[in-house]
Design a protein around this ligand. Structure first.
Ligand code: ADP
Ligand code: MG
Length: 286
């Protein structure tokens, strides 16, 4: 039977916008040793602004249009920012076959041409000659029929309460880790800004699962590992962690389904709040 005060704890968490799917997760939270964060959409807002368009061929507006059309069926926050910058409803009749390539980008047939939009890894995969560029932010490279066509710079922002969230966890003696599919430069910059203990970058969705498994194997037998993500490319990690915590607003339905705890307002500082509630609840129970 579930002690009554667990219901109190779950109710108290609920009043703070923290949805806990069962008393056992409150108990597990109190024993959290490591909190692993996803970056995009979790520690950063994930709603990027396009800050520059640099075509190699084509005009700026033609490059942005191709990227926006190619991304039109993607759920990735990058897709949303490109479509917002495009500012018009994409003409879906121009879009043929579409494929999302996790951790790389997208490939789509637009006006009969194959458009690839994504990171340097994707350009390497298709053999397009891309140039290293020195911008802070996420770079979306675009290739048309395998020929490099230019890149688009989009900037993301660290969430306002992310630093406070990491600090509060560290004060509670918890180790913090960040996993991201984004470039090393961007990932390390964000981790340093926030004071995260350990960071791993350029990870494919499968690499994230492997990293979490290694962290699970390395922790003490009683300690628990929580993973916090938005479900874009990390739903398998949400289910693999001892405690999966999803962003409720930005998060996908799959993330909310896979998670044990949902933060309704997407604020990372609510993790520290949840931990405090869980410890208080356990003190009452025991
Ligand atoms: P994170 O781990 O930070 O949440 P993801 O795993 O979702 O990031 O994506 C990793 C990287 O893959 C992105 O930084 C981007 O370079 C590239 N990428 C993924 N999806 C797309 C997309 N739809 N369009 C362009 N690039 C993408
Ligand atoms: Mg993500």
């Amino acid at each position: 039977s579930v002690p009554l005060s667990f219901f109190g704890g779950i109710g108290g968490a609920g009043k703070c916008g923290i949805l806990v799917k069962g008393g056992n997760y409150l108990e597990a939270l109190a024993e959290t040793e490591t909190v692993v964060f996803d970056k995009t959409g979790t520690l950063t807002r994930g709603s990027f602004a396009v800050t520059a368009v640099h075509p190699d061929q084509l005009s700026e507006s033609a490059l942005l249009e191709l990227a926006a059309l190619a991304e039109c069926y993607s759920d990735h926050p990058i897709s949303r920012s490109l479509l917002a910058a495009y500012g018009r409803a994409p003409e879906r009749s121009r879009i043929g076959q579409f494929e999302e390539i996790p951790g790389h980008g997208v490939r789509a047939l637009i006006d009969g041409k194959t458009i690839c939009a994504g990171n340097g890894k994707l350009m390497e995969q298709i053999g397009a000659q891309w140039r290293e560029c020195h911008h802070v932010g996420t770079i979306v490279h675009v290739a048309v029929d395998g020929e490099y066509a230019g890149h688009i710079v989009i900037s993301d922002e660290i969430k306002q309460d992310a630093a406070a969230a990491v600090k509060a966890l560290k004060e509670q003696g918890i180790r913090t880790v960040m996993l991201t599919g984004d470039a090393q430069k961007v990932g390390e910059y964000v981790a340093a800004q926030l004071g995260i203990d350990e960071v791993h970058t350029e990870l494919l969705p499968g690499d994230k699962v492997e990293r979490v498994e290694a962290l699970l194997a390395a922790k003490s037998p009683r300690g628990r590992l929580a993973f916090v993500g938005d479900g874009i490319n990390d739903a398998p990690v949400l289910s693999r962690a001892d405690i999966g915590i999803a962003m409720g607003g930005l998060g996908s339905d799959a993330a909310i389904e896979a998670a044990d705890i949902v933060l309704m307002d997407d604020q990372p500082s609510k993790i520290a709040t949840a931990l405090r509630i869980s410890r208080r609840t356990l003190r009452i129970v025991r």
